[in-house]
Design a protein around this ligand. Structure first.
Ligand code: DC
Length: 231
């Protein structure tokens, strides 16, 4: 019999609002939120620190056995990432680490290395997990799959606000160009390209507020898992 996961898989391109929405849905439904992009970012940071080219498959694969990557969730529900025991949660959030993460995530050995960690979490917890291949590869038996998307411009505007709020001086044009480049890289790669699972519910947030999106997904969660979830 196929293993069933009491899980919500949220996939989609960067800047669609996955992490904000997934975190809010998890809090409302009593699930834990697993940010899988943060795990790829942590591998990216390790590759950067080792001064390796993130596109060099052999060099990155050779580094993996040396890496101790873990995550936990504090009482606030926030996921913290640890690389060889060091809390790197803040360090992985730069535009440079976005590019490193995108490059290393195209390497099959990296995806295989991280697969078990992600599945194991869903075996032991009720999860809302977001990423690019959660509904298609990591948790194909998730009870609810969402493909969350928005126009590139809407996504770039949101990402710019986040970056500027942190003091990063990026401009709209730079953020949009990075976004388009990352979309291209993430959806055309051979290993687990970004695409909606056949049974995913498509949610386009271009003209939706964060609260409307959360409400909409909580209603889907209640439909799928019963009225107590997402109330
Ligand atoms: O969601 P994010 O921006 O933190 O993700 C960083 C990169 O990691 C992104 O370019 C694609 C990749 N990624 C992936 O390939 N698979 C996932 N499940 C999550 C992220």
């Amino acid at each position: 019999m196929k293993e069933q996961f009491c899980a919500v898989a949220i996939d989609g391109p960067s800047g669609a609002g996955k992490s904000t929405v997934a975190r809010a849905v998890a809090a409302r439904c009593g699930f834990i939120y697993v940010d899988t992009g943060a795990i790829y970012r942590t591998v990216g940071l390790a590759v950067r620190r080792a001064e390796k080219d993130p596109h060099d498959e052999a060099a990155v694969a050779a580094l993996l056995p040396e890496l101790d990557i873990r995550f936990d969730h504090g009482p606030d529900g926030i996921q913290r990432m640890f690389l060889n025991g060091e809390d790197v949660s803040g360090l992985i959030r730069s535009p440079e680490m976005s590019m490193y993460a995108s490059a290393v995530s195209a390497i099959p050995a990296v995806r295989a290395f991280l697969l078990d960690m992600q599945r194991q979490t869903a075996r032991t917890h009720k999860v809302v997990m977001d990423g690019r291949d959660i509904g298609t590869v990591v948790l194909p038996q998730a009870g609810l799959k969402i493909f969350l998307t928005a126009s590139p411009e809407a996504r770039a505007r949101r990402r710019l606000l986040e970056l500027n709020a942190k003091g990063d001086p990026s401009t709209f044009d730079q953020v949009l160009a990075d976004m388009v480049q990352r979309d291209e890289q993430d959806s055309t790669r051979a290993a687990a390209p970004l695409k909606a699972a056949e049974d995913a519910v498509l949610v386009d947030t271009s003209d939706m507020t964060r609260d409307e999106t959360v409400e909409h997904i909580c209603a889907l969660v209640r439909d799928r898992f019963g009225p107590e979830a997402g109330a």
